[in-house]
Design a binder for this molecule. Structure first.
Ligand SMILES: [Zn+2]
Ligand SMILES: [Zn+2]
Length: 350
């Protein structure tokens, strides 16, 4: 037996030729000279087997994954080591190199292949929607019988952009398509209804208020009879702000805080905490802003009465106080300053 290619007569033949000739021709791996990857230029999603997958992956990672996926290693090799490299990226072509080392029939061999990875830019359906200004919902931020404050506008903007960034990982339509400043408030146009609902709850959690949703039929698909709806989500912030004064259930109270569920207030007569659910908002009467709090001086103090100067008229006034309120002023001495507010002609300590 001798090798038909080199005439060698020593050793066994592999596939009809000697080991030396076999290894010379042998390839550790196969890979096409060119690999095409369809990628969305906006979100880097990759089109693969009829689906858009893996968005937000950086370009070099897309190239490495494409190379990895295209390599077919021969099953007879052992201990293979494969190194991927990108020589340079020219336009949409990544000139890449795949190097491999492996053992075959006890011999170490290596192989180098140059591969072009061609990135074909094609916007994915979600990014196409975004670019065309598509939106499923509008959040209308308003305030009840007043203008939105600068701080409220700023908070809402921050909540929207922060949350959209995190929602986008799972919801590719979590984007702000348009923002309209109007005399009566601000409108946020949001790509997906799902994200818009979550955003309105996140704003409510911070700024309080009442949410109302109204779907509107935009168009109807004649063949299926299915309608395309857009949902307007109105979020009306309360007329009062934190530390303003309100009346609820005949109690005069100061708003302390609120979250997405309820308003926490302190009864000015008893110093007791009360919680009011947002669904009862319409039963709340707004009395005064916290800016109307005044300072005055304690003239005398007993367990049931506090004598102070009316900060407007400088008259001496007796205020009836209960045990709770008295405890609040336990450490106050005569001539010390306290905060008061006048509501319907009556002074309350705050
Ligand atoms: Zn040979
Ligand atoms: Zn995209």
């Amino acid at each position: 037996m001798f090798c038909p290619e080199c005439g060698e007569s020593e050793g066994e033949l592999i596939e009809g030729i000697c080991k030396k000739c076999f290894l010379k021709k042998f390839k550790i791996f196969n890979i096409p000279k060119e690999i095409r990857v369809t990628v969305c230029p906006h979100c880097n999603a990759k089109y693969s087997e009829g689906k858009w997958i893996d968005s937000n992956i950086d370009e070099t990672e897309i190239i490495y994954r494409a190379l990895e996926g295209a390599i077919e290693v021969d099953s007879i090799v052992e201990n293979e080591e494969i190194i991927l490299g990108i020589d340079q990226i020219r336009g949409t072509i990544a000139e890449s190199v795949v190097e491999a080392k492996a053992n075959v029939f006890g011999e170490e061999i290596d192989q180098i292949e140059k591969v072009d990875v061609r990135l074909i830019n094609n916007p994915c359906p979600n990014c196409s929607k975004k670019n065309s200004g598509y939106y499923e919902s509008v959040i209308q931020l308003r305030a009840d019988k007043r203008d939105l404050t600068h701080d409220e506008l700023k908070s809402a903007d921050i909540i929207i952009s922060k949350n959209l960034n995190s929602f986008f990982k799972k919801d590719k339509l979590a984007y702000l398509s348009q923002k309209d400043k109007l005399k009566e408030g601000i409108d946020y146009y949001i790509g997906s209804l799902k994200s818009a609902k979550k955003l309105s709850l996140a704003i409510k959690e911070e700024l309080g208020g009442i949410i109302k949703e109204s779907p509107r039929l935009i168009s109807e698909d004649k063949s299926t009879g299915k309608g395309l709806y857009r949902v307007w989500i109105s979020l009306r912030l309360p007329i009062f702000k934190r530390h303003d004064f309100i009346k609820y259930n005949n109690k005069i109270a100061q708003v302390q805080s609120f979250d997405g569920k309820k308003i926490m207030a302190t009864d000015l007569n008893t110093n007791e905490k009360i919680a009011i659910l947002w669904k009862n908002y319409d039963s709340i009467e707004f009395l005064k802003e916290k800016e109307e709090i005044n300072n005055t001086t304690i003239i005398s103090k007993s367990p049931t009465k506090l004598q102070i100067l009316d900060p407007e008229t400088y008259d001496v006034v007796d205020i009836d106080i209960n045990k709770n309120i008295n405890e609040k002023y336990d450490n106050c001495n005569i001539d010390e300053e306290i905060s008061v507010v006048k509501i319907n002609g009556i002074l309350y300590t705050v």
